[in-house]
Ligand binder design. Sequence first.
Ligand SMILES: [Zn+2]
Length: 86
Amino acid sequence: MRANEELTLDGNAVGGLLDEVFGADLTAAVGTCPDCGRRDALATLRAYTYAPGVVLRCPGCDGVQLVIVRTPRGLRHQLRSVIERR
Ligand SMILES: [Zn+2]
């Protein structure tokens, strides 16, 4: 078991947040991991929601694909994955 696995959700858990950031529910969109090249729906990513902000990691290599942080000036995000909408 990976560290903090009991605190890990899947990408479906942050569908509403993805909608806030990107203006659409992207859980069915396909992302490509920049570290290992794994391609799959964003819903399959591991969602760490207990960090400061939300971190979505690749279930294959644990690489960070997306970080979303709510700040007093709004939502900020860093996207490392290439996302293709279906
Ligand atoms: Zn990966």
